[in-house]
Design a protein around this ligand. Structure first.
Ligand code: SAM
Length: 295
């Protein structure tokens, strides 16, 4: 009853004059992924959609069907409103060398991944398995550092793009070890059985896209050698479910944030014997998770 009243109230607020501007921005934004929005416009448009979807029971998001979730993630790699597939592929292959703050952030994060590996004594030429590698830039950089890297991701289109990185790296350094395969992280063990066990499994900004992130953590455990490390890198905190909701709705994908304790519990339940919070110990429910777990 209380929930029904709250939902009705949320619906009324969303349709009120307060969100008049946000409603029209949302109409345009759905047709143009790249619509430039100020921070305030992002906030109010995001609040509008959350209130409206909460009123109809669509927020908070839940997954119902694994194949539907996979299909949505895969089409996200080729279809975004306002961008051609060629523009998306070009963006993907140039990642992280994007001019501006976002590109700089990715490059900073790469140094953080390197520090995380070092802090767990994972050093070249040890073997790494990446989950949700997208167009494969971190795998390429780590292979260039000297690791033996297998990048996996859901979308075969992303794997095709990523494989172009093998050509470019092996032209510079024919002995580099870099491979990409298409595999859902919830069932990656079978897809990489011929290469397992790995010294380290890592996931960067992808676990929160998974249909079943707990299953992905359990699979990471199975892929590791005893004493090997799982690195969870820059996965969003619980408030991301609200912050990213607008973008997730446009792209028709599932973006959620994790509570720190839920993540640590899942690691323990999968059998990891030791966990270390590498960054953002004080997370305030917004700072991203950087966690290492040892098998
Ligand atoms: C935000 S992107 C990050 C990609 C990559 N880590 C990077 O930094 O470019 C999330 C990635 O997760 C992949 N993904 C989503 N669900 C997945 C799943 N269940 N298993 C494997 N990969 C998945 C998507 O295809 C996408 O490439």
């Amino acid at each position: 009853m209380r929930n029904a009243n709250l939902r009705r109230l949320a619906g009324r607020v969303a349709e009120s004059g307060l969100f008049h501007r946000a409603r029209s921005l949302w109409d345009v934004n759905q047709r143009d992924w790249n619509l430039p929005l100020s921070k305030w416009q992002k906030l109010t448009t995001g609040m509008f959609i959350i209130l409206r979807d909460y009123a109809t029971g669509r927020f908070p998001p839940t997954f119902e069907d694994q194949q539907v979730a996979y299909d949505a993630e895969i089409s996200y790699s080729t279809a975004l409103p306002g961008m051609t597939p060629e523009e998306i592929a070009l963006n993907d292959i140039r990642k992280p060398f994007w001019h501006g703050a976002l590109g700089r952030r990715y490059i900073n994060d790469f140094t953080r991944i390197c520090r995380a590996l070092e802090s767990c004594d994972v050093v070249p030429p040890q073997s790494l398995l990446e989950l949700g590698c997208g167009s494969g830039w971190t795998a390429e950089f780590l292979a260039a550092t000297g690791f033996d890297v297998l990048g996996t991701t859901l979308s075969p289109v992303e794997v095709d793009t990523a494989r172009r990185r093998i050509d470019s790296l092996t032209r510079k350094w024919p002995a580099a070890h870099l491979e990409y395969r298409s595999a859902p992280m919830e069932s990656v063990t079978d897809a990489v059985a011929d290469r397992a066990p790995f010294d380290c499994v890592y996931v960067y900004e992808a676990l929160h896209h998974a249909f079943d992130w707990r299953a992905a953590i359990a699979q990471a455990y199975d892929c590791l050698r005893p004493g090997g490390w799982l690195l969870i890198c820059n996965e969003p905190n619980i408030l991301h479910t609200c912050i990213a909701y607008r973008v997730a709705r446009i792209a028709n994908i599932h973006e959620i944030g994790f509570g720190r304790s839920a993540l640590l519990r899942a690691l323990e339940q999968s059998g990891f014997r030791r966990t270390r919070v590498l960054r953002n110990r004080c997370h305030l429910f917004v700072r991203h998770h950087w966690i290492a777990a040892q098998k």
